[in-house]
Design a protein around this ligand. Sequence first.
Ligand SMILES: Cc1cc2nc3c(=O)[nH]c(=O)nc-3n(C[C@H](O)[C@H](O)[C@H](O)COP(=O)(O)OP(=O)(O)OC[C@H]3O[C@@H](n4cnc5c(N)ncnc54)[C@H](O)[C@@H]3O)c2cc1C
Length: 372
Amino acid sequence: MRSTPALIVGGGPAGASAAITLARAGAPHLLVERSRETGDAICGGFLSWRTLESLARLGVAPEMLGSARITRTRIIAGDRVVEAALPRPALGVSRRTLDTVLLAQAVSAGAAIERGVTVRGLVGTTATLDDGATLASDTLFLASGKHDVRGMARPAEARGDDPVLGLRVRIAAAPGLTRLINDAVELHLFDRGYVGINLQEDGSANICMAVHRSAMLAAGSPAVLLDALARDHPRLGERLAYRGGGETIDAIANVPYGWRALRSDPGVFRLGDQAGVIPSLAGEGMGIAIASGIRAANAFLAGGAAAAPRFQSDFARATRRPITLAGLVRDAAERPRLALAALPLLSHIPGLIDTIASLTRIGHSPLDHSPR
Ligand SMILES: Cc1cc2nc3c(=O)[nH]c(=O)nc-3n(C[C@H](O)[C@H](O)[C@H](O)COP(=O)(O)OP(=O)(O)OC[C@H]3O[C@@H](n4cnc5c(N)ncnc54)[C@H](O)[C@@H]3O)c2cc1C
């Protein structure tokens, strides 16, 4: 049986951040990632100013991620549009680019990474792999993100009675589309869901949607749903009209928005979406993932496997405000009447959007700084 002192399961933003932090400290570890090639995970690709600060701590400068600067937010419900400056500039980046840069940073820091290795199940800190082999560890960093691993799955109730699906379409760069979206992150609201749109580093538009299963079932399929939304919401329709017709619609089911891991056992650090799932309209999931990876690794470096329960409860406290507030905003956003009533408030109360945008970020902690 193979073994490692510290096993990181998953090479997304959370796992890569933990690997960089452990590698920089010279702590022995192994990261296993199921994909052989870095794909383009379903994600809106909005990197908040706070996320950019965390990335800088890992040696990832914004210039390494392209130049799709986002400085404004535009919220659209029915015929109402509200626009406001973001507290600080953000970036639109595809996950292919972000994950590639983070994993390359991990490799150059000396991280041990094995790709094409899937963990099928976990018993304590011991993993069973897809080939039946066993990989034992003293400490586990669970960073499998959107995907649950048998033995440590998030509870089914976390999905709610009417679970959320994530859908994503990318539309190739087009001058007219660039003019429409420009340097904004757009939020188009509709009954039982919302669509986020921003441009990415190659000029393409990332159109990412969170929609309840009931709305999807009523439409019949993702393609029919998109067509119906385009018809019923003219501003969204204007953007979707740039589809060439051959775009794939990527989907992920059962996103447990609002869930947080409140505790864990010694030796088990839950990271990223395995620690807490913020509604995607906040655009802070990657920030939470990166912060969790850095903080968990630093907690481990300072206190070993025994530090896990304390880390988990501290991290749950740190994510309570952003996740709860984002949940309240999402509840309003998905109800057309409420959204239409709330939009004038957003435009008439100066600084309200700015305040909400700031309060839905993960705060900094002393553990964000690696002991170097
Ligand atoms: C529709 C939607 C839109 C979003 N938009 C944004 C946004 O604009 N901005 C933002 O900040 N956040 C956004 N998020 C949230 C963000 O995508 C997540 O919070 C973030 O990806 C979490 O990072 P992670 O590293 O925990 O997990 P992931 O990014 O899911 O990475 C997990 C990694 O683990 C690997 N893995 C999984 N299972 C196994 C296994 N069994 N064995 C080995 N490897 C495994 C996967 O291949 C993957 O590489 C969005 C989420 C959704 C659903």
